[in-house]
Ligand binder design. Sequence first.
Ligand code: CP
Ligand code: NVA
Length: 309
Amino acid sequence: MLKGRDMLSIHDLSVDEVQGILALAHELKAKQKAGIEHHLLKGKTLGMIFEKSSTRTRVSFEVGMYQLGGQALFLSNRDLQLGRGEPIKDTARVLSRYLDGIMIRTYGHDRVEELAKYADIPVINALTDLLHPCQVLTDLLTIQEHKGKNLKGLKMAYVGDGNNMTNSYMYGCAKAGMTFVAATPADYKPDATVTKQAKEDAKLTGASIELVTDPVEAVKGADIVVTDTWASMGQEDEHDARKKIFAPYQVNKELMAHADKRAIVMHCLPAYRGEEITEDVLEANAHVIFDEAENRLHTQKAIMALTMG
Ligand code: CP
Ligand code: NVA
């Protein structure tokens, strides 16, 4: 079903395809833990284009390809001719002649779309300014591990900047049948088009997508509370101004008192303690947050196996 397809946005996946990715990710995780070989991409090569920094994404994709019996090439835009102005459409056609799949992390989402348009191998979005689908699929897997396989009806509250994570959470929760509420300052709401599409997707699964400005209202009774950095990659210059604007949106003990008693806190990392999350809340949820980091490996292996296999 996903063979040969790109993975640019969760919006492009059907509900069944999302379930299929999660099911294979659970299976591959179990196999890896049991030491059972799973060379689903034997002899295949993934190119990994990075125009932004990364710890988790780089290492998990590279290790994931190795565990699947293939190999990965780290392609920094500091080294590629792409970084000196070679057009994306030429890069896409050249790399398609050597590789079996391309993973890209970049700024504008249009760059990923253009790469996918001209490449004739699967392209995987490893973060753009608009979306971070691999992370949110990973988060759904992690929620299944901590809250049970049936995601329907669980409430997720996102608190902070309406960014690429928020946008992808809206798509992901819509496909999973969850209740999603984001609390952001009025001027930092998630993307309007994504919000509209996610609300439409939500109708198919009984999910709900709501945007508010009050963190307490969002968090009330939540099963999962999530946050992310207040200044994403590319917004470093705005960091000081954003720290002031987002101060009321910190995930701390006082805010967590409004969530369900068994609520878990998630963070895609890297985390900025004392800004979007306090040290005590992060450390109290470290068992979830580092599972979430680990699960990038298993979820992306599933994505690669399904699209590139
Ligand atoms: N969460 C995430 O994508 O981490 P990296 O930026 O380290 O890849
Ligand atoms: N919103 C963050 C996510 C980092 C994984 C960023 O884009 O920098």
